[in-house]
Ligand binder design. Structure first.
Ligand code: ADP
Ligand code: MG
Length: 267
């Protein structure tokens, strides 16, 4: 059964992400009474996303992994003014998470239709990284599996995990959130977007090869590139263990480590 997860700011019924637009207690009760999930919206890597009444979605873990950790950080980040979907409820076992539904395409899908916006959206993604890395870190985050640092890192903050919402971009998919090194977060985007030389790669499906290069060049221009390229090998060694990456993708990522070394040397 779903329980209300103490939301300081419950989700907005209109699906907007205006931080000042909180609902009253009676409206919280209205959505808390919705129990059965609606249509399947997306089958994720280890969770499914369902419609869940007006303005809400249900994220349901498929492997019994609790989503309470990501709900906790999303609540915290919303309080800090960072753009994330508002959390409504979490089930006792943590396997069901109800959150605000953000209307809009992913940044990847948006760019597939508006390739001229590549540089601008690269800047938007860079700003989302920067803003996240500047938020004061709460005590409950576990250390990242790669890189050492004392900042909040998302560890999957690429164009498919940003929804271009009506009121601005919103970051989803907080599965990997941890305490770590911001350069690792940035290096991961560089690798994941460029490794999309592979047709089956979902990022590649939304961006052409030229578009991806434009995008990462614009994205990385905002950061200390030495720091980013210095952690590339560690990032790829970590990502290579991810069962969702194909052997072909892993080989492409290792080739990118070489390219990063070269760029670091030339730069
Ligand atoms: N809060 C949300 N509002 C609207 N759509 C969402 C929301 N969260 C997830 N989705 C949809 O579900 C998809 C998968 O979610 P995500 O959390 O990225 O999981 P995964 O990367 O494992 O597939 C997203 O691309 C998006 O289409
Ligand atoms: Mg995702």
């Amino acid at each position: 059964m779903l329980q209300e997860f103490p939301p300081k700011r419950p989700p907005n019924p209109q699906g907007t992400d205006n931080p000042g637009n909180a609902r009253g207690a009676h409206e919280v009760l209205a959505f808390a009474s919705v129990k059965a999930p609606g249509a399947l919206l997306a089958a994720g890597r280890d969770a499914d996303i369902f419609e869940y009444g007006p303005g809400l979605v249900l994220r349901r873990s498929r492997n019994g992994r609790s989503l309470a950790h990501e709900a906790q950080i999303m609540e915290y980040l919303a309080e800090q003014g960072y753009p994330v979907p508002r959390i409504a409820e979490v089930s006792d076992d943590g396997c069901d998470l109800v959150m605000e539904r953000i209307e809009g395409p992913s940044m990847g899908d948006y760019l597939a239709k508006a390739p001229w916006a590549m540089r601008r959206q690269a800047g938007v993604l860079a700003a989302l990284h920067r803003q996240l890395h500047e938020v004061a870190i709460p005590g409950f985050l576990r250390p990242a599996p790669v890189g050492r640092g004392t900042n909040i890192v998302h560890l999957d903050l690429h164009p498919l995990n940003v929804i271009v919402g009506r009121n601005g971009p919103v970051v989803i998919d907080w599965t990997n959130v941890a305490r770590g090194d911001p350069a690792v977060d940035v290096a991961l985007v560089w690798v994941l977007v460029l490794a999309g030389e592979i047709p089956k790669n979902p990022i590649a499906a939304t961006m052409t090869s030229l578009g991806r290069r434009l995008f990462v060049n614009g994205f990385i221009a905002d950061f200390d590139q030495r720091e980013v390229f210095d952690c590339l090998a560690d990032v790829v060694a970590w990502k290579a263990q991810d069962s969702h990456m194909s052997p072909r993708e892993v080989r492409a990522m290792w080739r990118l480590v070489e390219r990063g070394r070269q760029l670091r040397h030339d730069g």
